[in-house]
Design a protein around this ligand. Structure first.
Ligand code: ADP
Ligand code: ZN
Length: 811
């Protein structure tokens, strides 16, 4: 028997290995195995089994070990990752690895056992006299049945242990094999208590504390020991005494690491839907009952109550005997939302996201795999949750860029979710107040069914949105102002009324471009209609799509203004400035830095929600999804950096951000107000955010995309060549580009570049990129395949070439 094995290496093909006869009963599709490739031992996945090879000229190696007793990857995920590997041009082995929780794939452990020959060697010490260290090692191994290589590493150094193991194995004194890393897979145990069969025990009366314990166990048993102590307020010695007297039993049991255990769900109750919500739900349910694939785009303004529709449709899927998957952006998994879900789905709910510990993540994953959890809510990678019989897949905030994984495998969780739905015949619901242009155009074209919620829940009005023209502010003061008088006044008034304020600072594109302070012009590329990026090292402006380059101008091209500056302001500075201005206000900051500490994001959000903070300043994080009813003012400081980013999605991002952050204001009883400070009040992203008209924005944006043939009017593939040597990176990129250009006409594509990547140097490597703009997908992929084959045939390593299909971020 032979196995096709997908390994997580840079090449995309699978490798064939022979299955030694003793492993045949174990080796099944979906199992992890260790195999040697070149000089390395790697963990791979069996993706196919074959009886015989087509040709006998190739030499195949044996599989070394099978690491799983049961296939860890089921047929559905196997199929999904096969598609992913092909669509995203990513190694299948990497896709499979991405589909498992981190802890489950920790490097396998090397186990060692002494052989009979080894024992004989130890006994006689003959055979040319093994050196001291080897005998010492054998001595150690003789004392145990099997040992981890770590035993020897602890005794000797890591390097030395490796050498000893190698030589002992060669001489036949020991046998070694690999085993899947168990570290994260170990169950957590706790002590639990139950009443013994004979509650009379030794017949002596119980004292008051002992009686309390027994009374508690009478209500419910077994009970975790620590929970029991908490409930009764006694010390553990009381329980131990009862145990000694034979009245209770204390035993060890496996407990689930429950990430939501601390949530109090007692006050959560169900709600009944409004007629708009019910109408949307009806359509979803109708499809759900047919058990066939289809995708909905639920376009509902902020505060329209999409969450209730998700929850009700998940409930319906469960009632049909199906399971459900819901993807959310990282930031949405706030305690408030989690509590609601937990109240609704209790133990059938599993949560998968990055701030879980490794142990929690694996426990949740196992509960899904075993079928105990039938509803999974999670971030991007939850798309691979091993759910059986999925009926419904929801992608909330479908436009969110956190669905895109920026490292290999470079996949989009939303699109992978749609493909999963397609493969298993599930209903997919994409939800957003600001759908991505791609999704909305799919809905317009009839590929998705459009569902609309045009009003906020409870007849609440959308917030009023005003702009503050920062060019005027600049003229008024003669110098740059971080906060306009208008915004300052609004903050003070809002606080005086006892209402809360959010201040958003968009930090994307920090300081990387030039802006004229008089007229607001950011210097664009003449070919690409994106803003040029400022390079400090040679004082140039460059286009990262086409390679156009020009020196930094002394005066503004448009108005001859002298005040050309590059932009940059941090949240920290802003917080300090606000604290200075409003010493009486309780001000907190939320950005990637403050959120990094585990739990601190939750803590700040909870504190803000409970009114313990008056003003919260932060980055994009504060714009998304949250439901803070007492927020009535949202201030946006500097939107211009985001607008001027050298990315064709800059306008879309800006509109989405503005509309989302505006959606945080006035969600409660009192109306909301939004103030946007900008040098570009006339830009359509700002204008449409002001009128809160998604349709108008979509129309304008589509005009731009069509004119420049950007998606959805084209398909983009970005090829990033990176290398320590700038020359090497450049030459390789030129070669890739040449192979692609040779096929440009036949395959209807345009090849832009090579040009320096926006991050021209990263981690000590130079980065050069090529952008393929194609009319349609499959010819583009064909051309890419051909070009890559040629490059590899020329002896270049694909290691230096990162391919990104449907890039979300060209930065
Ligand atoms: P969205 O996700 O569309 O922005 P949410 O789902 O957060 O909106 O709903 C906005 C607010 O309206 C929330 O506070 C939610 O609890 C409330 N809400 C929505 N639908 C209902 C309903 N049918 N009954 C009661 N409250 C609702
Ligand atoms: Zn250009």
């Amino acid at each position: 028997m032979f196995a096709e094995v997908a390994v997580p290496v840079y090449v995309r093909q699978t490798f064939t290995y022979q299955i030694p006869s003793h492993l045949e009963p174990l080796a099944r599709v979906g199992c992890r195995v260790t195999v040697s490739l070149g000089k390395k031992t790697l963990t791979g996945f069996i993706v196919d089994l074959v009886e015989a090879l087509h040709s006998d000229e190739i030499e195949v190696r044996d599989i070394e070990e099978v690491l799983d007793d049961e296939p860890i990857i089921g047929p559905v995920i196997l199929e999904l990752t096969r598609w992913m590997s092909d669509y995203y041009y990513a190694p299948w082995g990497e896709c499979l690895r991405a589909a498992l929780p981190a802890g489950a794939t920790t490097i396998s452990e090397r186990l060692i056992a002494i052989t009979d020959a080894g024992r004989a060697e130890l006994a006689h010490g003959t055979s040319g006299g093994a050196p001291e260290t080897k005998l010492a090692a054998l001595e150690l191994l003789a004392g145990v049945e099997t040992a981890s290589a770590r035993l020897l590493e602890r005794e000797f150094s890591k390097q030395k242990a490796a050498a000893i193991i190698r030589s002992l194995e060669r001489e036949g004194f020991i046998r070694t094999w690999q085993k899947a890393g168990e570290a994260g897979l170990k169950p957590r145990l706790e002590n639990a208590v139950r009443r013994a069969g004979d509650t009379d025990g030794d017949g002596k009366p119980l004292n008051e504390r002992q009686q309390r314990v027994m009374a508690e166990l009478e209500k419910r048993e077994p009970l975790g020991l620590s929970r029991l102590l908490e409930l009764t307020g006694v010390s553990s010695s009381v329980v131990r005494t009862l145990e000694r007297r034979g009245i209770v039993q204390v035993f060890s049991r496996e407990v689930r690491r429950d990430p939501l255990a601390h949530l109090d769900t007692t006050n959560e109750t169900g709600v009944s839907l409004t007629s708009d919500q019910a109408a949307a739900l009806d359509q979803i349910l109708e499809r759900l009952s047919t058990g066939t694939y289809s995708t909905f785009l639920l376009h509902g303004v902020t505060g329209s109550g999409k969450t209730e529709i998700y929850i009700k449709s998940i409930r319906a899927a469960l009632n049909l005997g199906k399971s459900a998957l819901m993807l959310v952006p990282e930031i949405s998994l706030t305690p408030i939302f989690s509590r609601r879900l937990r109240a609704e789905f209790s133990d059938t709910l599993a949560m998968i996201h990055s701030s879980l510990s490794e142990g929690e993540r694996i426990d949740e994953w196992k509960r899904v795999k075993s079928g105990h959890a039938r509803v999974v809510i999670g971030t991007r990678s939850a798309v691979f949750a091993p759910l059986e019989n999925i009926g419904l897949i929801i992608v909330d905030e479908e436009h969110d860029t956190s669905y895109k994984q920026e490292e290999s495998p470079r996949y989009n969780g939303r699109d992978t979710a749609i493909m999963r739905g397609h493969q298993v015949g599930a209903v997919v619901v994409l939800g957003s107040a600001t759908p991505s242009v791609e999704s909305y155009s799919n809905a317009q074209a009839g590929k998705y069914s459009l569902l609309k919620l045009e009003k906020r829940y409870g007849e609440r009005a959308l917030a009023t949105v005003e702009t503050v023209d920062m060019r005027e502010v600049f003229k008024r003061h003669g110098k740059q102002q971080v906060l306009s008088d208008e915004l300052k006044a609004a903050i003070a008034e809002n606080h005086a009324r006892g209402e809360q304020t959010l201040i958003l600072l968009n930090r994307r594109g920090f300081s990387a471009f030039l802006l004229c302070r008089s007229c607001g012009l950011a210097v664009p590329c003449p070919n690409c209609d994106v803003t040029l990026t400022y390079h400090r090292y040679d004082s140039s402006l460059q286009c990262h799509y086409c390679g156009y380059i020009r020196p930094v101008p002394r005066t503004c091209d448009a108005c001859d203004g002298q005040y050309i500056q590059y932009i940059g302001l941090g949240t920290e500075q802003l917080e300090a400035r606000l604290t200075e201005l409003y010493p009486a206000m309780r001000i907190a900051r939320l950005d990637r830095d403050t959120a990094r500490r585990r739990g601190s994001l939750e803590q700040i959000i909870m504190e803000f929600a409970s009114g313990g903070i008056d003003l919260l300043v932060g980055t994009q994080m504060i714009a998304k999804g949250h439901d803070f009813p007492n927020v009535t003012l949202v201030g946006v400081v500097s939107i211009d950096a985001g607008l001027a980013l050298p990315d064709f999605r800059a306008s879309e991002r800006t509109f989405q951000l503005l509309a989302q952050v505006a959606g945080r204001a006035g969600r409660g009883a009192r109306p909301g107000r939004v103030l946007i400070q900008t040098y570009h009040p006339e830009h359509y992203s700002v204008q449409c955010a002001r009128s809160q008209s998604y349709e108008e924005f979509y129309r304008r944006e589509m005009e731009f995309r069509r004119a420049m043939s950007y998606p959805p009017f084209s398909v983009l593939i970005n090829i990033l060549v990176h290398h320590k040597q700038h020359e090497t990176a450049r030459e390789l990129a030129e070669e890739v580009a040449r192979h692609l250009r040779e096929q440009a006409r036949e395959h209807h594509l345009r090849v832009l570049g090579p040009a320096p990547a926006p991050l021209a140097r990263l981690k000590g490597e130079h980065r050069v990129q090529i952008l393929i703009k194609a009319r349609s997908r499959s010819p583009a992929r064909e051309a890419l395949d051909i070009a890559m084959d040629r490059v590899i045939a020329d002896g270049h390593s694909p290691r230096s070439i990162a391919i990104e299909v449907d890039p979300v971020n060209l930065m």
